[in-house]
Design a protein around this ligand. Structure first.
Ligand code: ADP
Ligand code: MG
Length: 311
């Protein structure tokens, strides 16, 4: 039986540091990133792809807010749906072209995905998730009454609520497609957060779900064997960026928990990746790999990346 894998693409898959993130830049970066997936496709793995949306959803909101006198406003939930469309289009098309180029007859599908959260998630009153560009001063946010954070060294960034994903509305459809060999792009930008009312109706939540946590929920829902998290760093480190930094090759679930507790993984970056790895392994997952996109082929062969497994 072929392995089933969830691959989470980090922010730099589509927009690199210093880039404006134009659509042509995003396509070019996607082409570069998708090449590294050939190894998984040739092995015949069953694949679901997830991705973040921080820069894109921030841009969509800025576009809406700066044209309120010309067109209608959109809530954040709709902006997340739009970002799934934009990024899903770029990834799906790029991937399909790569398959055609390699003579591989596999279908690619993008599923507009809703993630079910709690109606009263505490993050709704305490926004923590940074989106959009960095600003030199917080002036623009203060003027408009928007929550923001200061990101060490890089400037100020708008923050929005980020509810915890609990379940996925389209999980059965996604699982059926992945099991059939379709490469599915799902829970883009963490998924559109919704809650279920007492009468069973679906209502939107204005927030941006963490894509690492949503990737774990997806991996659990489709019973994936492995979760691969592709980010900016080749490996996870202890004492990251400190003189006593130590790169990790293989760690156990227990070690991951211990290092998380010791504070090696900050909540805004590596923390959610490790948390999602722990939850995945505790819910039947076999292995998690965290590495950079260009190292994916080597990481699959066990030559690099941080590998986390049970026991
Ligand atoms: P993504 O877009 O993939 O979610 P993030 O910036 O959120 O990327 O998280 C990855 C970043 O986490 C790395 O680029 C690195 O700067 C940072 N980081 C924080 N702590 C660690 C650590 N202990 N080991 C490795 N990287 C870390
Ligand atoms: Mg992140």
């Amino acid at each position: 039986m072929n392995k089933k894998i969830v691959i989470a693409f980090g922010g730099n898959a589509l927009i690199k540091e210093g880039q404006k993130g134009t659509i042509s830049e995003q396509y070019a970066n996607a082409y570069e990133a998708i090449k590294y997936m050939d190894v998984l496709i040739k092995k015949g793995y069953k694949i679901a792809i997830t991705h973040g949306n921080g820069p894109q959803v921030g841009a969509i909101i800025i576009r809406a807010e700066s044209s309120l006198d010309k067109t209608y406003d959109i809530p954040l939930s709709v902006a997340v749906a739009q970002s799934q469309g934009e990024i899903g289009l770029i990834i799906a098309q790029t991937l399909k072209n790569e398959l055609i180029l390699n003579g591989i007859k596999r279908e690619v599908a993008m599923i507009l995905t809703h993630v079910i959260c709690h109606k009263d998630d505490p993050s709704l009153k305490n926004p923590t998730k940074p989106i959009g560009p960095f600003y030199k001063t917080p002036y623009i946010f203060r003027k408009r009454g928007i929550s923001f954070i200061k990101d060490s060294g890089r400037g100020y960034r708008r923050v929005v609520p980020s509810p915890t994903p609990l379940d996925i509305l389209e999980k059965k459809t996604i699982k059926a497609l992945v099991d059939k060999g379709v490469i599915v792009i799902a829970v883009g930008g963490g998924g559109i957060p919704v809650y279920i009312t007492k009468k069973g109706k679906i209502e939107n939540i204005d927030g941006v779900v963490d894509k690492d946590l949503a990737s774990f929920v997806l991996a659990k829902c489709i019973k994936a064997d492995q979760l691969i998290n592709l980010t900016y760093v080749e490996k996870v480190a202890l004492n990251f960026n400190k003189p006593n930094q130590k790169w990790l090759n293989h760690i156990s679930l227990e070690e991951a928990k211990k290092y998380l507790e010791e504070g090696h993984f900050p909540p805004g970056s590596m923390g959610p990746k490790i948390k999602s790895a722990i939850q995945f392994l505790e819910n039947g997952g076999k292995k998690v790999i965290i590495t950079s996109i260009d190292k994916l082929p080597d990481a699959i062969e066990g030559k690099t990346g941080t590998h986390i497994s049970r026991g």
